[in-house]
Ligand binder design. Structure first.
Ligand SMILES: [Mg+2]
Length: 332
């Protein structure tokens, strides 16, 4: 049976400014959608390197994807090559192949930690108190490291005091010196271990973040570090580490992500499947990946609302318009 592929490019504006870890903002999001046909079966995937966080550019990803897709069409096994491909290419192509073979289960994890920064806290508290929505948002993820540590600590403390049932994940993206991180912890007072699940990468280096965890008793999570060459899953200090944040578009193939979630489970560490501003197509696949690979941990997938439209597929309970693949720019 004949194999065929199409590759599309999308460009869509952020409706709310997409703010990434590096504090730079992007006006538009660009990425690729790959569509595979093998006889009667179909599979789609999204290849969307994130500027400044991905090692590969969109142009490089496109070249690599085209090369791998021609090999796939010629019936060569590309799975081994995917493990050496750029992360966004490896994720997008492995997702499309997994749909084709039925390996990626359909069940979606529709819930996510609610993403916010300190400036959103007051409105969040008001909303939740009004709607009596205890069930709706048991976990929040707050970006910190953007303002003075004591100011941010006070904002976080306000949330923990007003909504004591809410579990708080914090993410400092390596913004703090050890002293600044300790200052933040000091201003949280005694409320720390009751509500705080973890702080992602509080300090500039993993070694300093571990010292922070040792000194404060607040658990940390690895995000950037999971993708570094010197990341050692078997590191002995895991009692200080509560979670690994796994972002498939920045990490690689589904097989690679699965190996990481398996290792995390062995070490009793939570694996938080997280998004990197993918379109609704990639994001719904991440919801399926979260339900499959890490069902016991609420994922970090609260990024869909930054776009006005969906691409190719809608999201659960989401009224936004869906742009079909036929309306996108076709590259191959
Ligand atoms: Mg992070």
């Amino acid at each position: 049976m004949a194999r065929n592929f199409n590759l599309y490019r999308y460009r869509m504006p952020f409706s709310r400014k997409g703010e990434t870890n590096t504090r730079h903002t992007h006006e538009v999001r660009e990425g690729l959608i790959v569509s595979l046909e093998d006889g009667d079966t179909r599979g789609q995937g999204e290849i969307a390197p994130l500027p400044r966080l991905s090692v590969e550019t969109l142009i490089e990803a496109e070249q690599q994807a085209l090369d791998l897709l021609s090999q796939w069409q010629a019936r060569r096994a590309i799975e081994p090559t995917l493990e050496r491909a750029a992360p966004s290419v490896a994720f997008g192509l492995s997702a499309a192949l997994s749909e084709l073979t039925g390996a990626l289960p359909e069940t979606c994890q529709k819930r996510s930690a609610t993403l916010m920064d300190c400036a959103d806290i007051a409105a969040f508290i008001e909303n939740l108190q009004r709607s009596d929505a205890r069930e709706k948002a048991p976990v929040v993820k707050i970006k910190v490291g953007r303002d003075a540590p004591d100011t941010e600590a006070r904002a976080v403390l306000t949330l923990m005091t007003a909504l004591p049932w809410v579990k708080v994940r914090l993410d400092a993206n390596r913004a703090w010196t050890l002293n600044e991180a300790l200052d933040f912890a000091r201003h949280l007072n005694a409320r720390t271990d009751s509500s705080i699940a973890f702080i992602e990468e509080p300090c500039q280096t993993p070694a300093l973040s571990l010292r922070f965890a040792q000194e404060t008793g607040i658990k940390i999570a690895w995000d950037e570090h999971v993708r570094e060459a010197d990341f050692h899953p078997n590191d002995a200090k895991t009692s200080l580490v509560a979670a690994w944040v796994i972002k498939p578009s920045l990490t690689g193939s589904i097989a690679r992500c699965r190996a990481l979630t398996d290792q995390a489970r062995q070490h009793r560490i939570d694996a938080v499947i997280s998004s990197s501003y993918e379109s609704s197509l990639g994001l719904t696949q991440l919801m399926r990946l979260a339900a499959w690979l890490s069902p016991e941990t609420l994922p970090g997938l609260d990024t869909g609302h930054v776009f006005q439209t969906c691409i190719a597929r809608g999201m659960p309970d989401d009224p936004r318009a869906i742009i079909p693949l036929s309306s996108l720019e076709k590259i191959a």
